[in-house]
Design a protein around this ligand. Sequence first.
Ligand code: 3HC
Length: 295
Amino acid sequence: MTEIKRVGVLGCGLMGSGIAQVAATAGYDTIVRDVSQEIWDRARAGIEKSLTKFVEKGKLAAANRDAALKRLTFTTATADLQGCDIVVEAVTEDLELKNALWKELDGRSGPMTIFASNTSSLTIAAMAAATRRGDRFVGLHFFNPVPLMPLVEVVRTVTTSEETFRRAFAFAQSLGKEPVAAQDNSGFIVNLLLVPYLLDAIRAVEHGVASVPDIDKAMQLGCGYPMGPLTLLDFVGLDTTYKIAEIMFTEYREQRYAPPPLLKRMVLAGLTGRKSGKGFYDYSADPPKVVDLGI
Ligand code: 3HC
């Protein structure tokens, strides 16, 4: 198996910065591409904060934090990722945008370079088909917050070679993650089951089943979930969830993936969750306050 030494990450939002962090911590030289230095400055500050938390908890030596930070570089030029052995894409759920990046890199990358998408809901086939490396294309789906969540779904599409799948699986393990194998169905395993649950929680709010905090409390204390569904929606991002639901609804044409009207209204109003400071809860207060949605 060809060794992976240099990792490229496309996008440094919530997921991309987490992926870059775990790659650099695992010892890989990691180059991150996004559209502006400002985005990277924010991402890098988040990475440093997260690594420092691990140091404070005694889970990481300070020297290893510093070494990980040194392994991270940033660029706004996609072409700078051409020397990477694996490129993990974590940009927004927009197939055209993703495929434009893949096309730009395809001709420039080496013959053994693996392309891996962290898509939440698009099929890997829809991206692999835009390149000439369908056999070297996989899904590597991480979970938020990436530095803490152990799971990675390693997704094989119809064209993925056995060697690529094995290399990607081993790469996920080398990041200290627990990989599972999934087939290339929109939503893979986790989002196939999680997204209808989250959308149902919004429908429960719409129908006045219970208050926002009581729905959260019920699922936390009744099912042992670490976060209630509405807190989790704020955490993942309502805009992200809306895009995922739209894609899954288009794919399956099943009502359970249809984004509820309240979700759309909240996204339009800028209530996207923690990233904007407000979603189902207002995070400017400590502890966060329930937002009045007029229901
Ligand atoms: N880096 C380092 N440390 C972190 C961190 C990070 N990014 N985020 C949180 N922590 C630390 C906190 O500082 C805290 O430390 P402390 O114990 O010293 O205070 C510790 O982790 C625990 O955090 P909290 O006390 O804030 O809260 P929790 O105990 O609830 O743990 C959690 C946080 C791990 C996020 C937990 O709530 C959880 O597992 N939530 C569910 C997350 C989930 O379901 N994720 C999947 C979303 S779906 C997805 O990503 C797929 C996509 O396609 C949509």
